[in-house]
Design a binder for this molecule. Structure first.
Ligand code: G6P
Length: 369
């Protein structure tokens, strides 16, 4: 096991650090930066169906569901197609409306999650085209879908998913770009700009990982917290959900992810000097809005730890701590902002003496209901 951990203390840390490589593996051979070509062999034949689709239903559980939410923003923006993101367990039991021209996209690291498999079968019975995004080659979900794309993140051992999430989001980004470009809803210029930027992400992730010592020191300040709030807007709302889930899963600190503007409809009542509020606040179109959300937290004496774009001075002047990350395109920001959140939850959990790779009550793959 020590050999497999490759010198890292835990699989989770190893997998967080592998993301510079796993993202490359996910787009290797599928994105050709020189020619700006994007090719997803596994779904090539169904691209026309995706271009024509009236809607896409994305299903998954846990972290895969969060990746699906990022997918919703991506497909709606690039391909202008309505998307519903569903928890597989809810979808399968509520007599959902499924049209035979629907595209159902199932996301799963393991490819074995019982609820996701059952939802797939329901969608197939209704005549929908069912696609998969999975990590484990030859697992049940890829065997039971019409077509799909493997994430190629490599084996993920830590129960809390990290590199599988960024790989899933990478695949969703490529799919949405491809469909949008073919459909004409994503301009050539934007398409090419995103392809170039995708190729820059591994370097940018590395520069975030290089700050892990500073992130560890910062995390130490919140080891005794009993609650935490995670906020984000737009593409960074699902990242807030994922940040909160990571903290809950491995450190057993109660955490909630919220769209920042919804804070005033409830969670703001919880904010006091004991409450760390982690905010994904990189520069994008809702930047001014998130700045005011941070002010609202500070006015109630909450501790703000903000992930900001390099060079940001406004939030730096307000927040208790900032973690600067490289600038990127708005649609690709989840792939960078999630990294500090993964590291924070990892370090907090380790400092609390928790079993990071095998948290209590959780399983890597939930093959029963
Ligand atoms: C379990 C794991 C999570 C994972 C979820 C969905 O709860 O602990 O990390 O996100 O299942 O798993 P899947 O393999 O379908 O992505």
């Amino acid at each position: 096991e020590q050999i497999e951990k490759n010198g890292y203390e835990h699989f989770m840390l190893k997998e967080i650090f592998e993301q510079t490589q796993s993202i490359k593996d996910t787009f290797r051979g599928r994105v050709v930066p020189a020619s700006k070509e994007l090719f997803l062999g596994g779904i090539n034949e169904v691209i026309p169906k995706l271009v024509e689709a009236r809607r896409i239903l994305i299903i998954g559980c846990g972290t895969s569901w969060h990746a699906g939410m990022v997918g919703e923003y991506l497909f709606e923006e690039f391909a202008r197609v309505p998307v519903e993101v569903e928890y597989a367990s809810e979808f399968r039991y509520r007599n959902p409306v499924i049209y035979n021209d629907d595209i159902v996209l199932a996301i799963s690291q393991s490819g074995e999650t019982a609820d996701t498999l059952a939802a797939i079968n329901l969608a197939k019975e209704a005549g929908a085209t069912v696609l998969g995004i999975c990590n484990v080659v030859g697992s049940s979900i890829p065997r039971n879908t019409d077509a799909g794309v493997y994430t190629h993140a490599g084996p993920e051992i830590g129960v809390a998913s990290t590199k599988a999430f960024t790989a899933q989001v990478t695949v969703l980004t490529m799919m949405a770009m491809l469909v949008g470009y073919r459909k004409g809803t994503l301009s050539k210029e934007e398409y090419e700009k995103h392809i170039d930027e995708l190729a820059c992400l591994p370097e940018k992730i590395k520069s975030i990982l290089d700050k892990s010592e500073a992130i560890k020191e910062l995390s130490a300040k919140y080891v005794d917290s009993t609650n935490a709030l995670y906020l984000g807007r737009g593409y960074l709302f699902p990242v807030a959900l994922e940040g909160a889930l990571k903290l809950k899963e491995i450190s057993y600190i109660h955490a909630e992810g919220y769209p920042a503007a919804e804070m005033k409809h409830g969670p703001i009542a919880l904010i006091d000097e004991q409450m760390p509020v982690f905010v994904a606040a990189t520069k994008d179109k809702s930047y001014e809005k998130i700045v005011s959300n941070i002010q609202e937290v500070k006015a109630r004496k909450g501790h703000v730890i903000a992930i900001v774009t390099e060079g940001d001075t406004v939030i730096k002047g307000m927040a208790d701590h900032v973690i600067e990350i490289p600038e990127t395109l708005e649609a690709l920001a989840p792939l960078l902002t999630v990294i500090p959140f993964q590291l924070i939850s990892y370090y907090i959990a380790v400092l609390r003496g928790c079993n990071v790779d095998q948290p209590r009550n959780l399983a890597k793959s939930v093959t029963v209901e």
